[in-house]
Design a protein around this ligand. Structure first.
Ligand code: 13P
Length: 249
């Protein structure tokens, strides 16, 4: 195995959940524990971004508009996330692909826009259950990756975090097995390596889908799993902390 200096990362995606009280609880919980071995990111809904104080963790948005500014009611510009101290933004989440009809090309545009403004995309890929069952998931994920590679080029993957989130494992309690996660993470790395092996080796790849305190150690110990993108369990500060502590050292 090639040497790498990938830093583990755990991100919490609150989705459309949480409140001001949760911000307090999570800040209190994290202030008591050393999490310096892992980059931790919290991605609350937009209205709560201003409610966080200086923390040991970074902030991320859950989406950006594909427009930079202007008459787009209800949208949030990438520059606004920057101004609210975000360093990351989740892009291409399967819930946005489904609820908001986000295509691979639109996601790729947003990745380009985030990079232009120096926000790190947490770029999500992952197959639905029928594609898992018919065995076409490598092709499906390759297509999602290719759209972004085409838009921003392989070198940009120095500044992109990839999250593999099999849709059948999101919010279902049906976690991918560590072997299933590793298989896809290795595939993603090999796919990038076809164009640049150094970039592939350094790219941080997270697993997401029903990660809990009880399965995080096993998932994160896989060689190509560099951390996690956590939904439900990130709403419980103690659970989220235990997942962060499970990251590789
Ligand atoms: P759960 O952890 O609730 O399965 O959600 C995963 C996810 O979609 C994170 O973005």
């Amino acid at each position: 195995m090639q040497m790498n200096n990938r830093r583990p990362l755990v991100a919490g995606n609150w989705k459309m959940n949480g409140n001001l009280a949760l911000i307090k609880q999570i800040e209190e919980t994290f202030s008591k524990t050393d999490i310096s071995h892992v980059d931790v990111v919290v991605c609350p809904p937009f209205p709560y971004l201003g409610g966080f104080s200086d923390n040991d963790f970074a902030l991320g948005g859950q989406n950006i508009s594909h427009f930079e500014s202007g008459a787009h009611t209800g949208e949030t510009a990438v520059s606004m996330l920057k101004e609210m101290n975000c360093q990351y933004v989740i892009l291409g989440h399967s819930e946005r692909r489904a609820d908001n009809y986000e295509s691979n090309e639109l996601v790729a545009n947003k990745v380009g826009l985030a990079l232009k403004h120096k926000l790190t995309p947490l770029f999500c890929v992952g197959e639905p259950e029928d594609i898992r069952d018919n065995g076409q998931f490598f092709d499906f994920i390759a297509e999602q990756l290719n759209a972004v590679i085409k838009e921003v080029g392989i070198a940009a993957f120095n500044d992109i975090v990839i999250a593999y989130e099999p849709i059948w494992a999101i919010g279902t309690g049906k976690t991918a097995s560590p072997e299933q996660a590793q298989e896809v993470h290795a595939f993603i790395r090999q796919h990038l390596a076809k164009q640049d092996s150094n970039i592939a080796n350094q790219c941080v790849i997270l697993y997401g889908g029903s990660v809990k305190g009880s399965n995080a150690v096993e998932l994160f110990s896989q060689p190509d799993v560099d951390g996690g993108l956590i939904g439900g369990a990130s709403l419980n500060p103690e659970d989220f902390l235990s997942i962060c502590l499970a990251a590789k050292r």
